[in-house]
Design a protein around this ligand. Sequence first.
Ligand code: MGD
Ligand code: MGD
Ligand code: SF4
Ligand code: MO
Length: 732
Amino acid sequence: MSSLIDKKVSRRRFLGISSCALATAAVGSQVTVLRALAKDGKVGEPATLPTRDVFTSCEMCVNKCGVIARVRDGVIQKLDPNPHYIKSRDMLCARGNAGHQSVYDPDRLKYPLIRTGERGEGKWRRASWDEALDLVVKNMNRIAEQHTRAGMMFVSTEGFQEHFFLMLAECFGSPNTLRHPSLCLASNIQGFGATFGTNPTPDVLNADYIIMSGANRSEAFITPDTIDLIKGAGGNRKVVYLDPRFTKTSAKADEWFPVKPGTDMAFMLAMIHVIVKEELYDKQFVADECVGFEQLVPHIEPYTPEWAAAECEIPAADIARIAREFAAAAPKAVYYQGRRSSFFDNDTQMRRAMAILNAIVGNWDVPGGMVPNGKIKLAEHVYVAPWYDDVPPRLDKDCVTYLSEKDGSWKHFRDRVLEGQPYPVKGMMVYKQNPLQSVPNRAKTLKMLEQMDFICTIDIAMSDTAWYSDVVLPEATYLERMDPVESLSGILPVLSLRHQVVEPLFEARPNLWIMQQIAKRLGEEVYESFDYTIEEYVEHQLQHLPEAQTMLETRGVYFESERPTYGSSRGKRLKTKSGKIEIYSEKYAENGHDPLPVYASPAAVPAGKYRLIVGRHAYFTHGTTQNNPFLHDLMPENTLWLNAGEAARLGLRDGRMVRVKSAVGEQTLRLEATEKIRPDCVYMAHGFGVLSKGLSRIHGKGGCDAELLEDNACPISGNVAMHQTFVEISPA
Ligand SMILES: Nc1nc2c(c(=O)[nH]1)N[C@H]1C(S)=C(S)[C@@H](COP(=O)(O)OP(=O)(O)OC[C@H]3O[C@@H](n4cnc5c(=O)[nH]c(N)nc54)[C@H](O)[C@@H]3O)O[C@H]1N2
Ligand SMILES: Nc1nc2c(c(=O)[nH]1)N[C@H]1C(S)=C(S)[C@@H](COP(=O)(O)OP(=O)(O)OC[C@H]3O[C@@H](n4cnc5c(=O)[nH]c(N)nc54)[C@H](O)[C@@H]3O)O[C@H]1N2
Ligand code: SF4
Ligand SMILES: [Mo]
């Protein structure tokens, strides 16, 4: 039964408070746009509609920055930053500015499509929603009958409407949800969680000393950190940055070290060595708030700066100096943990070393330190999923020690699907994820898709994964729908509401509508959990926060205070086994993992090969915005960065095409001979080399890193390891 109590009252009240301009539909006004984009668009005459400015939030990446959409004659002319939105500090990045192109791009998904040719051949026919949805549900039910309900997997990435998709999985009765964390931040959550009981936020704005290992904040944006890093510059602030590449963050840092990939932990352990040996740690804090310091002391004995220098290629004197400077600046000093922790298969332990370094200087929950996240509570959505007997546990259960039941581990899950063990998974629903680009070893992902009896993808564009599906359902883009309120945690937590800016073009529909249609077809018991409008849902979420309703209307954001609160965790039990900060982890020891981080050198680069490292570009979100007309203009393809000295040695000129070959795949792309990378590595920006011809601007351009990457994973968190692949380079 749905818990959205007293729907009639809710709806009336909600409409009462939201009598803003946003409620005005703009259907008629979009006809010119429709005509321009639709080959067969027979639509009525344009109507003149008032100019409107609409508060919404960006969904071009994970940050959800605050946006004001400027609508003129029913068409979004421009997206501007929302000055009230404290998280994004009155800024939008290039992608945020280009967001309306996802609405007006002729390549966007317009109608439900059913495959007519072979998978991946690109032959489709336009279908009605009814026909497409009937086909989806018929296949879901058939697969459940033949293989149990766990035979359907549900693949998704976070977004304001993901909740409804995860609900569908649960109400359908499959435990097999597979989300992005095991490609992204699972090791970070695990390593910091094991130490602090939570993954805190570094207080970048107020820190005097910041060390970052490969968190490329000037290109891989996290708001407000990216902006705050720049804001603090020039004052007391010092930023030390470790990256095998000279990135934009290197350019902005006070000191940059081209660290040897996979050796950051040696640098951290040596810093701990210096801080402990020279008694620079916060003795009182360690005594009061931490457990396991006494085990740390003998543990770090061998990890001297001289030892570390040979591993990470950062001079011993610099390591010792940085350790002393860091401790002196503490507690306003942070080792910034970043977000993506899918670098090496020891990433969880590397993050543990980082967390311990933070802990011993006593930077916990103070200005300029590591601050546990605040979060504004929304009313919970309680629903009752039907109960089904005989559904086996998740396919990848027990593959790694700390598997998230909600997120799973992509690497292990895919291996098990391919093995068909312990049971077959034959159907796949995909929402807002693109595993053909985002999961290492694309050939394996293609094999996994090949063995599926049915694949349905819900997207806004013809992603590679959509291209290999049987049914493609067009979701309305973020500017065409209203979404649930999202509670964004952080040092300054906010509530964000995505107002609908324009009506959906063509036949695109919001995910809630799509889920409702599927739920209806699955039966009354499932549909009950989906039976409300988005307005009612929002009303329910905010029922205890009338002031939030008002502020979301008048300012497009809600926050309780403009000032952070520090120290709220002091004197309270942390969510660790001991209730304290765990330098030594008994939990890890019990599960056969190192209770303190033990260093092992990464595999050496074989002669004649290079280590492939990957990462993102400021213009692109993973593999998704490369085809955006505005962003494509800025950068039409990716290149392979190779150190200029190495390129000369190999006789390869800058700008020529090269073949890159790993143990699992091969790609051809243009060479960029540059001094900005170590001689033992090559780098390519993520997200090119697409398979889909539905991304017409970029098809055939650049190379795909997922094709080249081997699939390794961390045994503790199940996070993939993306920087353990070696490649050969030859002229193409
Ligand atoms: N090789 C390599 N792989 C990587 C990474 C890397 O750097 N290199 N980075 C990793 C990281 S950190 C992450 S977080 C993951 C992310 O990878 P994924 O979890 O796959 O997420 P995205 O690549 O953002 O894919 C999002 C998909 O959603 C679609 N989409 C966008 N907006 C909407 C919408 O409003 N509705 C719907 N239905 N669909 C929408 C896009 O068109 C795209 O197809 O990739 C990981 N994989
Ligand atoms: N523009 C843009 N911003 C984004 C995203 C996006 O797609 N585009 N995605 C968001 C998401 S989901 C995430 S998870 C974050 C990711 O944020 P980051 O993790 O900061 O981003 P990446 O570009 O993946 O950064 C990896 C960097 O690590 C370096 N590196 C590689 N190996 C090593 C190593 O062993 N040691 C060290 N010290 N450095 C190494 C690489 O050269 C690269 O510069 O970005 C977020 N912000
Ligand atoms: S960082 Fe850029 S793309 Fe991401 S939400 Fe903010 S404006 Fe949008
Ligand atoms: Mo990520």
